[in-house]
Design a protein around this ligand. Structure first.
Ligand code: GTP
Ligand code: MG
Length: 555
């Protein structure tokens, strides 16, 4: 146990900790005690999307009187919520109670006259607030509380982790500090909604939906915004069946394949965003990729966006991860820590390449949690058996059916601590037979590798695909070495924790911080060679195996 002394030696931490506890509504601790009914993924998506449609994004002058600003806006109808944030200027996201208020506000909004330059008119919900007479207003300014949109600095994280009470507390702290805030989530849905307005100029009934880490509950502040341009509503045949022998079809242009259709659609949307999309900069059309996409920065929100279409399976994968993240409160804490650990040691990168991705790491954590005894997470096949008619989902011939109602899944009886799970995760994958086995979350057990890629993680829906096909042998080896090293550090620490007064990084801090990565290489020089230490570790684990009741079956 971390002594209270350590906690008290960090000024401001207790109060901050208490505030955070108030916010976390008691669900961040280990175990799955929280039995409040949980919403389906589709319910959350629909509610958020509708909320975003009632919201406007306003670029404000640097100094503004908040009360007067809100009074001015409420002439168009009651306001449900609002927040300010900074991103190259001051912005406000204002959610009205009714959609009509947005139209009313747009009706009194003018297109700017820019002197020698010309404006391309576009009535978006991204607006600019000007002060008629700024001098008159300076005396009435009040200070504005801005919502933070970025993750803590390494230094702050280091302090927070070192002040934590236990390794479990460290993992929960990391989760609280890095997870997407309510405001950041709203901003993500709002950005999609603003892009949808642009895309709707071409495809009136389209929807732009966030997917990936923005919605799967594993998103870190600052992560990219993956968007899916959904044209299904347009293609869907919803009209009443007509009687008689006639059938009416739309005249359309035909192209040789789905891929070509996707490329053409993204090409024009990319062009639109580039030419007319307010706030969209650095637009790149990456149409020859395996999954064609348009990449751009949305200046006002600060998000790096990847827009794809014809990518419905990825949306379904996001739903699956959301389910797993919601089933047990330990899942997200463990995934965040493993993702941060991998980033800290450059195992993952924002540049595509031969490295492991966050998506693959998440699959590995899920698999590991399925292998615990008793399991912490159910297999995908089990989730399929719980599905009802409403859950049935076939995409491009792939059966993507699984239960959507989280409340139908029984909580796990496993009570292992996060500290133990983190250590065992590193041990498990530090010793995994990657050369012959594939990771399979559908069945929750290793399978023989069907092909020779160094790392094989079966795609849960397109089961003939490997989600980590890109990973090279050397990157996998780096992962294995670091996993063993980290297991060793945690194991050593369990026996011999640095004293609270030593100010030494401990637990998760010892695994994460760059200084620690250096310490690790330093310690390599000073201590016994890694191979010998690992051998000792394995021996000590073997010898403690008998007394260790938390069997890691399937190792
Ligand atoms: P971040 O690194 O935080 O962006 O995580 P992410 O989960 O959003 O990953 P990324 O932006 O790379 O991909 C977005 C989504 O696309 C993922 O969540 C998956 O649903 C899907 N995806 C990414 N990579 C793969 C892959 O190799 N195979 C499959 N089937 N889906 C993938
Ligand atoms: Mg992403």
């Amino acid at each position: 146990q971390r002594p209270l002394r350590r906690l008290l030696s960090c000024p401001g931490t207790v109060a901050a900790g208490l505030r955070r506890e108030e916010q976390s509504s008691g669900s961040a601790e280990t175990g799955s005690e929280d039995r409040t009914p949980k919403k389906r993924f589709s319910e959350v998506q629909n509610e958020r999307r509708e909320q975003a449609q009632r919201t406007v994004l306003i670029h404000c002058p640097d100094k503004i009187n908040e009360k007067k600003f809100l009074k001015f806006l409420s002439q168009h109808g009651p306001i449900n919520s609002h927040f300010f944030y900074e991103s190259f200027g001051l912005y406000a996201a204002v959610e009205f109670c009714q959609k009509e208020s947005v139209t009313s506000l747009q009706n009194i909004t003018r297109t700017p006259s820019l002197g020698p330059e010309a404006a391309i008119p576009f009535k978006s919900r991204y607006l600019n607030l000007k002060l008629r007479n700024s001098l008159n207003q300076t005396s009435e300014l009040s200070s504005i509380q801005c919502s933070n949109q970025s993750s803590p600095s390494s230094k702050k994280l280091y302090q927070l982790l070192c002040c934590a009470e236990s390794v479990d507390d460290q993992l929960n702290t990391l989760l609280r500090e890095f997870q997407l805030t309510e405001e950041n989530t709203r901003l993500r849905y709002l950005t999609c909604s603003l892009i949808e307005d642009v895309a709707a100029a071409y495809f009136p009934d389209c929807a732009v939906r966030p997917f990936g880490s923005s919605v799967n509950s594993f998103g870190k502040l600052g992560c990219d915004l993956d968007m899916f341009l959904d044209l299904d509503e347009i293609g869907k045949f919803t009209a009443q069946k007509t009687s008689g022998n006639f059938l009416m079809e739309f005249q359309v242009k035909n192209v040789p394949s789905e891929r070509v259709a996707t490329q053409k659609i993204l090409s024009v949307i990319g062009e639109c965003l580039d030419q007319f999309g307010p706030g969209c900069v650095g637009v790149q059309r990456i149409l020859n990729a395996r999954c064609p996409l348009v990449r751009f920065s949305h200046q006002a929100s600060g998000f790096q966006c990847d827009l794809t279409t014809n990518n419905r399976i990825a949306l379904k994968s996001s739903e699956l991860l959301y389910m797993y993240g919601a089933l047990d409160s330990r899942v997200r804490a463990l995934v965040f820590s493993v993702r941060c650990w991998a980033r800290a040691h450059s195992l993952t990168s924002s540049i595509p390449g031969a490295w492991i991705t966050n998506f693959s790491l998440t699959m590995m954590v899920i698999f590991f949690l399925q292998r615990r005894s008793p399991p912490i997470l159910p297999t995908l096949d089990y989730l399929k058996t719980l599905a009802d008619a409403e859950d049935k989902c076939i995409i491009e011939g792939h059966n993507c059916t699984f239960v959507g109602d989280l409340n139908r899944i029984k909580p796990s009886r496993n009570t292992e601590t996060l500290e133990l799970l983190l250590k065992e995760f590193f041990e498990y994958f530090g010793n995994f037979a990657f050369n012959k086995n594939s990771i399979n979350i559908r069945q929750g057990r290793e399978q023989n590798k069907p092909e020779s890629s160094p790392l094989h993680i079966q795609n849960p829906f397109e089961t003939s695909l490997n989600v980590s096909k890109n990973v090279s042998q050397s990157q996998l080896q780096k992962f294995v070495d670091l996993a063993r090293e980290s297991a060793w550090i945690l194991h050593q620490e369990g026996k011999d924790r640095p004293s609270p007064s030593s100010n030494q990084p401990w637990g998760l801090a010892a695994l994460l911080l760059p200084s620690v990565a250096n310490n690790m290489s330093l310690s390599k020089k000073k201590k016994k060679p890694a191979s010998e230490r690992i051998k000792n570790l394995l021996d000590s684990i073997k010898s403690s195996g008998a007394e260790n009741s938390t069997a890691t079956n399937g190792r």
